[in-house]
Design a binder for this molecule. Structure first.
Ligand code: ASP
Length: 280
């Protein structure tokens, strides 16, 4: 049983060292809670649980505390993939819901598994998800001061391998901040979140770069083709350099390898496999 989570990138500026420490503390606490949860639950249930806790923490750019878009609204994207069934579900640009990953989880059992905008919101309301405004005073302050460039990366994700050897991956984001309404993040695509029976990957970084690199699906496919998880990540990141891509990933393989890789050294993540480790 293993679990790895991330809290996206933090700003490298000295003034944000406090935020970095707070994010690391939160990741440590949540990795430990999710690790305990994994002992009695499947990988799929656990990634939804972990990402819900991350969405509920205002420090991260997912759920509550998400970045505000150029028109003053928050639109959330989240996705989920189960390795065994190969099913992917997601919501894109969903408004006024507290936990988009839980809406994505409801979609996993349906025929139409990726919904966007208004359709996603109608589905969420039918499923009983209450109206919720995720804008926090801190994000409003940043929006007003147009400071988003400093703090823009803080997507969350989780990959878990359960006691039965099943893998699952989940990713949730508020996007990059100040984007044109309608912009689609990588987080609810197979570039940003992917799992099969061999490996699971969750990404963060510049969505356009992650999509250009088909990052999560490519890394997982390489593992299926015989690469170690580390070699699959390193090769895919080397390819990303040709477009000067900005990205970070966490992953677990069915063999139990856990790996993290990033193009810029400002990503925060934590793992739990009986022992808790928090990194940046
Ligand atoms: N990947 C997200 C996006 O481009 C942002 C992030 O990971 O911070 O929407």
């Amino acid at each position: 049983m293993k679990l790895i989570i991330h809290g996206g990138f933090f700003s490298e500026s000295a003034t944000n060292q406090e935020t970095k420490k707070a994010k690391q503390d939160a990741l440590g606490r949540i990795a430990e809670m999710a690790g305990q949860f994994l002992k009695g639950h499947t990988a799929l249930e656990t990634v939804v649980y972990a990402v819900s806790l991350l969405e509920d923490d205002e420090l991260f750019n997912a759920g509550i505390g998400s970045q505000i878009q150029s028109d003053g609204k928050v639109r959330l994207s989240a996705s989920l993939m189960e390795g065994k069934s190969q099913k992917f579900s997601g919501v894109i640009n969903l408004e006024n819901v507290k936990n988009p990953i839980q809406v994505a989880a409801k979609l996993l059992g349906t025929d139409d598994r990726v919904l966007s905008g208004e359709g996603a919101q109608i589905f969420a309301r039918k499923q009983g998800f209450a109206d919720f405004n995720p804008i926090t005073p801190q994000r409003m302050k940043e929006y007003t001061l147009k400071l988003n460039q400093q703090e823009r990366k803080g997507t969350v994700g989780c990959v878990a391998l359960d006691a039965d050897g099943n893998l699952a991956a989940a990713t949730s984001t508020g996007g990059k901040g100040f984007e044109i309404p309608g912009r689609v993040s990588d987080s609810a695509t197979v570039a940003g979140n992917y799992a099969n029976i061999d490996a699971g990957i969750s990404c963060t970084g510049v969505g356009e770069d992650i999509v250009s690199g088909a990052l999560a699906a490519k890394i997982v496919t390489r593992v299926s083709d015989g690469f170690t998880l580390a070699a699959a990540c390193e090769k895919s990141f080397a390819e990303l350099q040709s477009i000067d891509g900005f990205a970070g990933v966490i992953g677990i393989s069915a063999k139990g390898e856990m790996y993290h890789c990033d193009s810029h050294p400002y990503m925060v993540w934590a793992s739990f496999d009986g022992n808790l480790q928090v990194f940046n």
